[in-house]
Design a protein around this ligand. Structure first.
Ligand code: DOR
Ligand code: ZN
Ligand code: ZN
Length: 428
């Protein structure tokens, strides 16, 4: 029997208690609890294991950038106990075989639960619906579908996809990017893009798709999730859609909460990302929306790329940045250090809500007796100077050299340590 007690941990609501873990469950919470092994957690914040709804693990097909093993090791170091793996692999995860393979790779790696996301359309081509039903009924039990990296831009295809997932309570996660408005686009459209001579990516390219899709979701009566909101206008659309009772949820990435378009002036392609970094006004609107609940979750869009795809001229570089090991720190900065929110909200946006949106079993549960033992312990008072190299195979890390608050000390997945004292432990 596996049994240990986390002594004097601070729960999200601020109470200090011992947490007794037996096998894969939380057996008791209280004071004076004992077990074979006792781990001093004084001063550490215990949070439900984080759940990332938007991770690019790159396997199969792009193993030089990331593998399920390296990506989930990075996830564990970031405090995650579950990740949802995007479908833009090679082959694309548009059929039961690939999603079952990705799920099995996650189980074999043992560092975090891997929930494969299924492609909405065959080959991410936006034309023909993929085998949505077969993926939902497969051993991987896929409930989230996305063509991320590409937008489902055809309104009829989007309508049909929403109708299809409605039949089993699934959700479509849309990468909102009107393709005709972003041809050749390199960065946010505005004064900076004009000065740098880079083709601009207007906010309306994102907002027009979100506006269309909330109306389609309303019409169909299906669930829609919007990936990586990046503009103040997108926030307004989601806010009004929610007020109308439309079933829409939204995510924001750590990078859109922290970084702005001015970084493009360095011409360092580490800052090239899709959707692009926007203005400070957008960042402030996204932060407020995360605090007030208009935005439901923080999701990383961890997008590893090999050095040759990033260490090159801006316009030739790939879009994307890593983010699993810094996400919680950025959330802490925005919600806690700002004094505008609290740890319960951080637990909500990084764990409860993403698990609920994806309908994950045994993830995102409260720290309570009988819950699965997926627990992250954070030293909130620590300040870290970020180094580019993480457990990811890729080093396209925009946070390098920044100082960020908080450090993940332990990650417990299914009752076992995947990270202990800040270091990777053996896999489950
Ligand atoms: O920056 C991005 N990178 N945005 C996406 O939508 C896709 C992702 C990737 O796969 O590299
Ligand atoms: Zn995307
Ligand atoms: Zn993505």
């Amino acid at each position: 029997m596996n049994s240990f007690v986390l002594k004097n941990a601070t729960l999200p609501d601020g109470t200090v208690a011992d947490i007794l873990v037996t096998d894969s469950k939380i057996e008791a919470i209280g004071t004076g609890l004992t077990a074979e092994e006792s781990i001093d957690c004084s001063g550490l914040r215990a949070l439900p294991g984080f759940v990332d709804l938007h991770t690019h693990l790159r396997e199969p097909g792009y193993e030089q950038s990331e593998t399920v093993l390296s990506g989930t090791q990075s996830a564990a170091l970031g405090g995650f106990t579950a990740v949802h793996a995007m479908a833009n692999t090679q082959p694309v995860a548009d059929n039961a075989g690939v999603v079952e393979q990705v799920r099995a790779l996650g189980e074999r790696a043992g560092y975090a639960e891997v929930f494969p996301i299924g492609a909405v359309t065959v080959g991410l081509e936006g034309k023909q619906l993929s085998e949505i039903g077969a993926m939902a009924n497969s051993a991987a039990q896929v409930k989230v579908f996305s063509d991320d990296g590409k937008c489902v831009s055809d309104a009829l295809v989007m309508r049909r996809a929403l109708e299809y997932v409605k039949s089993f309570g699934g959700v479509i996660a849309q990468h909102a990017q009107e393709p005709r408005l972003t041809e050749g686009a390199q960065m946010n459209e505005g004064a900076v893009s004009a000065r740098l001579g880079l083709t601009g990516w207007p906010a309306v390219a994102e907002e027009s798709i979100i506006a269309r899709d909330v109306l389609l979701a309303e019409h169909v009566g299906a669930r829609l999730h919007i990936c990586h909101l990046s503009t103040a206008g997108s926030v307004e659309i989601v806010r009004s859609a929610k007020a109308r009772g439309i079933q829409v949820t939204a995510e924001v990435t750590p990078h859109h909460l922290l970084l702005t378009e001015d970084l493009a002036e360095t011409y360092d392609a580490v800052y090239k990302v899709n959707p692009p970094l926007r203005t400070n006004a957008d960042v402030q609107a996204l932060r407020e929306a995360l605090i007030d609940g208009t935005i439901d979750i923080v999701a990383t869009d961890h997008a590893p790329h090999p050095i040759e795809s990033k260490d090159c001229e801006w316009s030739a570089a790939a879009f994307g940045m890593v983010g699993l090991e810094t996400a919680a720190s950025v959330a802490q900065l925005v919600l806690i250090e700002s004094k505008k929110s609290n740890w319960s909200r951080l637990a909500e946006v990084l764990s409860h809500a993403p698990a609920r949106i994806a309908q994950d079993q045994h993830q995102g549960e409260s720290i309570a007796v009988g819950s699965s033992a997926n627990i992250t312990l954070i030293d909130a008072k620590a300040v870290r100077k970020i180094v580019a190299k993480t457990a990811s195979k890729s080093v396209n890390n925009p946070y390098a050299d920044l100082e960020l608050p908080g450090r993940v000390v332990h990650t417990i997945y299914k009752g076992r340590f995947t990270v202990r004292d800040g270091k990777l432990a053996g896999a489950n």
